[in-house]
Design a protein around this ligand. Structure first.
Ligand code: NAD
Length: 417
């Protein structure tokens, strides 16, 4: 069965509408939340190495700032569109609302394949984009961060160009910076750590002992590898890992440190000597386990493979790994799905801590950051679990409901409706 491809912005609007209806909010709430407050489209002319000038199109979408300044990443990718950026900014509003951090949603991007640019061209493009969006961003207005194909170096160019343009010293205007330049300790580990904590708490709720629990992970990049590391520290074992090259299996559990070192060197899990079996990458979802962590790409759990899933818990590290059709099936099967906007919110949570540290011109220790992250995410998990029980809905709907509740209260108090 093939699944209808909805435009991502239409999906986002549908999710907001469903949660508003479930909560029974006044119609004004959906009316305000269905569109971003502002979308800026910019053209960035870049002097190329061969002397020619090429213009790139970029966007910054600011969805809602009722609870705080806009927050969300900037993506450099050839498939970036205005609607994709609008959808991603909408999801960011709800992700921030889920963990209760004082931000609204934002997202940005440039339609470009950065692999085709030289380092100098990439720097000039990044600086051009920072100048173009400078009028609408700021430490207390809109705080962008890295996303697909952007990193700490690009954030540092953004900060530098923004400061030159505005004449103000404001390192907190972007997060995801290198630790040596106003970044935060424990940011690299944050998303995977959160995915593991959320799986741990769900296991507790359904009476699944973590000691010896079998975990399968799709994706062994930043998110998947740290999720593996932390869930293993909690007593579970990783019995299979899939990536873009293969699905490797070891029923006794992998040595995660050794696998991390192997992937660092080979850029893939294929060929890892610690595996007892190597399967096609498409087989990862059907492997027998207690906990499944999709940490690779969107649309990986679909109506084609959902019936093969045997896990009791799915902790979504990736953004949008489950299609709406497959989501329904998981819910009917009684599988607990910890939705992406909660499970992978560790990244934005520690970005928030980076910003707080920047505003205070202070640095917290690694343990202090992780402790704060855990406290915040565990509290969000409990609140969403209780809401799910109260309204007899799945965790995804409960997470949206929790977020919308918070945003609706702020908008009401502000007199927006
Ligand atoms: P990454 O690039 O470090 O790793 C991606 C992993 O996915 C790699 O192991 C790659 O081999 C695997 N992969 C790619 N194509 C695949 C395919 N067709 N089949 C199976 N595996 C495939 O990326 P990341 O930072 O770990 O992000 C992973 C996901 O988590 C993305 O959806 C991202 O949006 C989301 N996310 C990341 C963060 C963060 O802080 N990094 C925060 C929130 C959400």
């Amino acid at each position: 069965m093939s699944e209808k491809t909805l435009n991502p912005f239409e999906i986002a609007q549908l999710q907001v509408k469903t949660a508003c209806d479930k909560l029974g909010t006044e119609p004004a709430v959906y009316e305000i939340l269905k569109n971003p407050a502002r979308v800026l489209e910019v053209s960035i002319p870049v002097k190329m190495d061969d002397g020619s000038v090429k213009s790139f199109v970029g966007y910054r979408s600011q969805h809602n700032d009722a609870v705080g300044p806009y927050k969300g990443g900037i993506r450099f990718h050839q498939d970036v569109t205005r609607d994709e950026v609008k959808a991603l900014s909408t999801w960011m509003t709800f992700k921030c609302g889920v963990v209760g951090i004082p931000y609204g949603g934002g997202k940005g991007g440039i339609t470009v394949n950065p692999a085709e640019l030289s380092k100098g061209e990439l720097e000039r493009l990044s600086r051009g984009f920072a100048r173009a969006i400078a009028p609408i961003i700021g430490e207390r207005k809109d705080i962008p961060a890295p996303d697909v194909n952007t990193n700490g170096q690009i954030m540092t160019w953004f900060v530098d160009e923004y400061e030159r343009t505005t004449g103000r010293f404001e390192p907190g205007v972007f997060t995801g910076k290198p630790v040596e330049f106003y970044g935060s300790l424990a940011r690299t580990e944050a998303t995977g750590y959160g995915v593991a904590i959320m799986a741990r708490d769900a296991a507790k709720k359904i009476g699944l002992p973590l000691e010896g629990a079998k975990v399968v992970i799709q994706g062994f990049g930043n998110v998947g590898s740290f999720a593996a590391h932390y869930i293993t520290e909690m007593g579970a074992k990783i019995v299979a890992v899939g990536d873009h090259t293969a699905c490797i299996v070891n029923d006794n559990g992998f040595d995660v440190k050794a696998l991390m070192a192997y992937v660092k060197e080979h850029k893939a899990v294929k060929g890892f000597p610690g595996a007892t079996k190597e399967l096609d990458r498409s087989e990862v979802m059907g492997i027998e386990c207690d906990i499944l962590m999709p940490c690779a790409l969107e649309n990986q759990i679909t109506s084609n493979n959902v019936n093969s899933i045997k896990a009791k818990i799915v902790s979504e590290g990736a953004n949008g790994p489950t299609t709406p059709e497959a989501d329904k099936v998981l819910s009917e099967k009684g599988i607990v799905v910890i939705p992406d906007i909660l499970a992978n919110a560790g990244g934005v949570t520690v970005s928030y801590f980076e910003w707080v540290q920047n505003l205070m011109r202070y640095s917290w220790s690694f343990d202090e950051v992780q402790e704060k992250q855990e406290k915040l995410m565990v509290k969000a998990f409990e609140e969403i679990w209780n809401l799910k029980e109260e309204h007899k809905v799945d965790m995804r709907t409960a997470a949206y409901m929790m977020s919308i509740k918070r945003i609706a209260v702020a908008m009401k108090l502000r007199g927006w409706y």
